[in-house]
Design a protein around this ligand. Sequence first.
Ligand SMILES: *[C@@H]1O[C@H](CO)[C@@H](O)[C@H](O)[C@H]1NC(C)=O
Ligand SMILES: *[C@@H]1O[C@H](CO)[C@@H](O)[C@H](O)[C@H]1NC(C)=O
Ligand SMILES: *[C@@H]1O[C@H](CO)[C@@H](O)[C@H](O)[C@H]1NC(C)=O
Ligand SMILES: *[C@@H]1O[C@H](CO)[C@@H](O)[C@H](O)[C@H]1NC(C)=O
Ligand SMILES: *[C@@H]1O[C@H](CO)[C@@H](O)[C@H](O)[C@H]1NC(C)=O
Length: 624
Amino acid sequence: MDLLKKGKGVTRSNQTMISYSFFSGIITIFFMTGFVGSELRRLPGFRVKRGWIWNQLSVEEEDPTPKIIGQLKTTYDTEDHAIKYSLSGEGAGEIFNIDEFTGEIHIHKTLDREQKAFYMLHAEAVDRKSGQPLEPESEFIIKVLDINDNAPQFINEPYTSSIPEMSPIGTTVVQVTAIDTDDPLIGNNAKLIYSILQGEPYFSVEPKTGIVVTSWPNIDREANENYLVVIQVKDMLGNTGGYSATTTVTITLTDVNDNGPTFQHNLYTFAVVESTPLGTTIGRVMAEDADVGVNARMNYTIDDLEESATFRVKTDPATQEGIVILAKPLDYEKKSRFVFAIEAINSFVDTRFLSISEFRDRTMLKILVMDVDEPPVFSAPFYEWKVLEDAAVGTLVGTVYARDADATNNPIRFSLSNNSKLKNVFKIDTNNGTVVLIKPLDRETAAWQNLTVIAKETSKNQLSSVSVVIKVLDVNDNIPTLSKEYKPYVCEGTQAGKVIQVISAVDADDPTEGHHFYFSMVPDKTINPNFTIRDNQDNTAGILTRRSTFTRRDQILYHLPVVITDSGSPALSSTITFTISVCVCHSRVHCPSSGIETLTLSLGVNMQALLGLSICLITIIESL
Ligand SMILES: *[C@@H]1O[C@H](CO)[C@@H](O)[C@H](O)[C@H]1NC(C)=O
Ligand SMILES: *[C@@H]1O[C@H](CO)[C@@H](O)[C@H](O)[C@H]1NC(C)=O
Ligand SMILES: *[C@@H]1O[C@H](CO)[C@@H](O)[C@H](O)[C@H]1NC(C)=O
Ligand SMILES: *[C@@H]1O[C@H](CO)[C@@H](O)[C@H](O)[C@H]1NC(C)=O
Ligand SMILES: *[C@@H]1O[C@H](CO)[C@@H](O)[C@H](O)[C@H]1NC(C)=O
């Protein structure tokens, strides 16, 4: 066979290709019909009695020279060419020819054991004269003897494998397998031995099994991730003269967490303006890790309780950087420099490879706060003032305070917002923020006077505003009045001591403890014999009769002045004169309104003038 056609896997060494040695063991198998084996044993190869005689028939493969490989003979053969030998069966005439006179078998062609390991043939010996067979037809076998003409070949290629770095010695990586088509029973033609050509000292191969194992204690992925290991297989038990083939095993080391983080810098310095909004990224820090994937994941923490309130650090999931974020407002005027440490630790530590402390690293962070021009700052988020409603024009209502938050400390100018409707009620001092009243107030018209005050830095356009709510406090400046119009009357025959009308009072003021009204008769020299007032102590009072003898015949109308006093300080009072009419009522005590109408018509008097309430007097009585 053409060795070069065997393709890949065959060694490229010219030397091995050319210098193969033939293996020429002789194994002969006899097949004979009709003869006794014991006679053959006594005289191997030849017969003494009648019958077939032949040499052991075998032929070495791959031998191109035509030659005699054996001879058929019968014991009747007397070398006088009286017998004619003939051959039939596999390869007869093509590969094997028989000399019809001598019985010698010739071979003409090169055989390949790997294609056909034996040939079955039939021999005949015929008497030339009679044409009669001298021997019965016999079957025999020509065996093709193996030589080492096939190189081993790797199967299941290509070989790839991945193992964790730092695997212990002897860890199986992969098994390579080669086959050899030569006869496994003949010598070492198909006896294979594996060896490693490339990949030592990290890897080795078990000679008989082809199992590739690690042979180095700490193979480090970070030093080299991929290895190409070349394995050679040789037949003939690896002895010289055999064939060989090679294969490549691609070995990838997978990562284990055998490296801790290391910050790129010992100190990071970031600058940030004080007006930076919360949540803004201030900067990024990076702890590098020679590992990959989850083994390079990082947790960052701020190593300072105080500063960890002002800043936060979180991991960027894409880059594993630490993102420093502003968590509390900055104020350049209060603190312009932050110095603290940041710690990085692997998210998943593996103490098989390193101690916990080796999975950590620290760096320092310096954050410089930059001043920005800030608007003025008021001393309070809003102002709440109170002013009495009767306060005089020019009264000081309150003062707002503001200062420039910046180091420059510009003077501040105050003004009232232009859209404030109260610009004509209050005036603010431009320089000191004092608010004064410039128009009288009336709580009953507006109980709140809410302003917006603007503070502006003199040299800049920075301004801010603040709300000022002004509560107008009540002053007792309203007299009490009746809550509605009353038309009291008394029926003829009404008993003394009867309530003929209940009255109540109101007042526009808003005393803090609520209203309290007092009802009384106008003080006089004599006691009114006709009617009196009873204060119910609940802001109502009753008008009572003092006698039972009212008749229209005597008198139709009575006037009763009543004093109502409020509880203010000072108290205000009013005197109201009720006009009480006498009417003829029906059997019931209840007096129908028709009685009044009758009266009105009969008198022809203007009702309004007659029954309307008249406020006679407003007096301010000094409270006692
Ligand atoms: C890293 O952070 C994660 C999520 O907060 C947490 O589950 C994990 O335990 C942390 N790892 C270490 C080593 O602190
Ligand atoms: C208010 O109006 C005056 C005059 O129109 C103007 O000079 C001033 O700048 C305004 N102030 C504000 C705060 O708009
Ligand atoms: C503010 O200035 C005005 C006018 O100059 C002055 O009358 C007032 O007393 C000052 N107020 C304060 C609180 O200084
Ligand atoms: C003024 O402010 C007070 C307190 O916030 C509020 O109760 C009131 O309704 C406001 N009045 C006006 C007229 O805005
Ligand atoms: C009380 O009634 C009598 C009889 O009608 C009358 O003369 C008197 O003037 C009345 N007194 C008052 C204070 O109204």
